[in-house]
Design a binder for this molecule. Sequence first.
Ligand code: PRP
Length: 310
Amino acid sequence: MILIPFSEMTPLADEIAAHLGAVSRPLDWHHFPDGESLVTIPNGLSGEDVAIVATLRDPDRLALPLRFAAATARELGARRVGLVAPYLGYMRQDRRFHPGQSVSAVLFSDFLSESFDWLVTVDPHLHRISRLGDMFGIPARRVATAPLLAEWIRDNVPDGALLGPDSESRQWVGEVARLADRPYEVLKKLRTGDREVDISVPESAALRHGTPVILDDIASSGRTMIRATERLLAAGAGRPICLIIHGIFAGNALEDLSSSGALRVVTTDTVPHPTNCIGVAPLIAGAIREITPQTMSGEGHRHISVRKGE
Ligand SMILES: O=P(O)(O)OC[C@H]1O[C@H](OP(=O)(O)OP(=O)(O)O)[C@H](O)[C@@H]1O
């Protein structure tokens, strides 16, 4: 197995490779002055299993270079070409919320399924879809970070409840709370725009004791976390720890979150960032190990078409 990371993913790919006893060699991505890309992949791929490693937080920019890298690896003799996408973008638009909208999650998953033979990702934002295989026409594995998050909480926060910022978060907050043996509450969120979010906090005694931990899968504009932090403080809770699986932090999101009163912001390393405290490499390596024998025996194929959603 040869891992080929986009350069920002080199540290994570090196770690995954060490767990697998594999090789990691980054690709080169040259940007021409007119905005076009030139992707150069390492040589020596003939007959090899290859995994391209890219975190898809800026998917419009990455899509074509990803396709070029996968196609070139195949053209140069790679046996199978998989994608390790610790953060998988575009999964939030999994419905036609208003007439005429693209269902981007389905379209993007089709695009990836056409480009790659298999996929490994971490806690994708697919709460209404229970099996990744229903979304992708290729073998796919979803790594669950709940045990890592629970371990981090047990090691670092001696007391306090877990809080989910909205009803959707109940599924992962409930699971992490169970594993960490902590109480949890779910807040109510109303979103009226990309950056317009309001949160209401219940009158609960659990919130008044210890250090609250707000847990969410994504912080993008950061507005969900910021508003939850502000509303908790106003309700008399202690300064919260914000625990986030995928820390995208668009624009000034992190600065704004820190100014809102968060005690600490903690993320996994699915998106490289100074707030990374929880490493996912061993779990990703385990998922690659699981999926690789299947791809070797020919289960699934990138041209299998599974129709999903609306
Ligand atoms: O940092 P932000 O920009 O606030 O985005 C992060 C939020 O977005 C997602 O929710 P989702 O998109 O499913 O629901 P929402 O649009 O109602 O927040 C995610 O689960 C977070 O709660």
